[in-house]
Design a protein around this ligand. Structure first.
Ligand code: GDP
Length: 467
């Protein structure tokens, strides 16, 4: 399918009208109740009195001033925005009532609308309708939630690029090429006696190989995409007093995160989200884990590995005063030997400027010398962390980026199907068409065309109500 829009099947069009409070709970200067569906305008008309005596049905794309009334009681003074199908977020009739924030009036308005025939929207149902009605595809629908949750500008730009259809376009292009190939292969099946050997020729094979290469290219963005969307976990480890907390605070000051979430998720673990070269990094300081550090000494690396196994990167801090010689460095050495993703941080270089880097660390090029006190070396440390997480790649945000596990899995399925096809390319066209269909189904699951209902439900139910 070449267009950016989806097929509309009548069965997927909802006939009922949904309503929800679309602004966050709590007090605000304004709050919005949103309705979508065939009776949206009708329902609001029943409870709205326009200041200038106008009817909502008299205009689209217009804003009406007035009050919402429940019988004699005025619930709120409001501005009502009417958007007629298909020129709305959901492609249905949409009415937005802008009230005066606050849970009380908004809730009262919502209940009134429900009494007049609206149904309470499920989480993400507005966006789901936009998807089912063909205004956006699944990649773009998922970008809606990613935009809301973006923790760094790079994450936001990645979501924007998905919303604009970068990934969708890449998938549709692949889909088109494979559909064309399928048509030719099926022609070969349908007319076996006609002399059509050129239908399944080397040129076609070249096209399919091109698709395979493009899929591999997309798959290569998936690790970066995941990191940008979900963020990375980076743990700071090391003995007491080497300067872990100081380093944690220094990195916090040095980088800017849009949100500072997760203050002390557990009693012992301090976590903050910081922005390192566009990657939202959930940095945890294990300063509170002192009780277990004795065990780290005793049980050696096993405990440390368990404690940090969920981390995408570990910052192992040593005090430059005695770094190279003491057994403090042993766990780090072992981590390195095991291939753990870590950076050795030699701290307090302001006190010990001449201290050498341990040779094994220098060989592995994993050591960064910093002073948490003066800030020296922090930029290099951020580079090292980004390098470790991205494997040297930059954060590609203007191009198609695979950000979700289900997208990656579908691409792998398509890749496998194409690999099978190419491995028995000389076989009968029936076999080839089975593989091609499988690849097409896999690609369709990314954009939502062939996504099973339960998967769709799971995706949209992770949205908030009113979105
Ligand atoms: P933690 O136990 O590993 O979290 O270590 P702290 O961050 O609490 O630091 C222990 C001590 O070392 C404190 O007195 C810090 O002020 C000091 N310290 C930490 N980093 C530096 C540094 O880079 N230079 C100097 N001179 N002192 C530091």
């Amino acid at each position: 399918m070449s267009s950016m829009t989806m097929r509309i099947t009548p069965a997927t069009i909802n006939k009922d009208t949904i309503a929800a409070i679309s602004t966050p709970p709590g007090e605000g200067a304004i709050g919005i109740v949103r309705l979508s569906g065939p009776k949206a305008i009708d329902i609001v008309e029943h409870v709205f009195t326009s200041t200038r005596g106008r009817r909502l049905s008299s205009g689209s794309g217009r804003v009406f001033h007035g009050v919402i009334r429940d019988g004699d009681e005025t619930l709120d003074e409001v501005l009502v925005h009417v958007m007629r199908a298909p020129h709305s977020y959901t492609r249905e009739d949409v009415v937005e009532i802008n009230g005066h924030g606050g849970a009380g009036p908004l809730q009262a308005m919502l209940e009134l609308l429900l009494k007049h025939g609206a149904r309470l929207a499920e989480p993400g149902e507005f966006t789901k309708r936009a998807f089912l009605n063909g205004r956006i595809d699944l990649v773009q629908a998922e970008a809606v939630i990613d935009r809301i949750r973006a923790q760094t500008h790079a994450a936001l730009r990645a979501a924007e690029s998905a919303a604009k259809g970068e990934l969708s376009r890449a998938i549709y292009t692949l889909h088109d090429t494979l559909s064309g190939a399928l048509a030719r292969i099926e022609a070969a099946i349908d007319f076996p006696d006609d002399d059509l050997p050129e239908l399944v020729d080397d040129a076609l094979r070249g096209e399919l190989e091109g698709c395979q290469a493009r899929i591999a290219e997309l798959l290569r963005t998936s690790e970066t995409g995941r990191l940008v969307r979900e963020g990375a976990r980076v743990a700071i480890a090391g003995r007491p007093n080497v300067g872990k907390s100081s380093l944690f605070n220094a990195l916090l000051r040095d980088t800017r995160a849009i949100v500072t979430a997760h203050p002390g998720t557990t009693r012992d673990l301090i976590e903050e989200v910081i922005n390192i070269r566009g990657i939202p990094v959930r940095l945890s300081d294990t300063a509170g884990l002192r009780a277990t550090e004795d065990e780290v000494e005793q049980a050696g690396i096993a405990v440390a590995r368990d404690a940090f196994q969920s981390a995408d990167a570990i910052l192992f801090v040593l005090d430059a005063a005695h770094a190279p010689w003491t057994e403090d460095a042993e766990p780090a050495k072992e981590l390195l030997e095991r291939g753990a993703p870590f950076v050795l941080v030699l701290n307090k270089t302001d006190l010990h400027p001449g201290q050498e880097t341990p040779r094994w660390a220098e060989q592995a090029r994993v050591c960064v010398r910093v002073s948490a006190k003066t800030g020296e070396g922090l930029a290099a440390l951020e580079d090292a962390i980004a390098g470790l997480l991205l494997g040297g790649a930059a954060v590609p945000v203007e191009q198609a980026l695979v950000t979700r596990a289900h997208q990656r899995d579908s691409l792998r399925r398509a890749q496998d199907a194409l690999a099978r096809l190419l491995s028995h390319y000389g076989a009968s066209p029936e076999f080839l068409s089975i593989d091609l269909r499988e690849a097409l189904t896999a690609l369709g699951a990314i954009t939502g065309e062939t996504t099973p209902e339960d998967v769709l439900d799971r995706i949209f139910s992770s949205f908030c109500i009113g979105k």
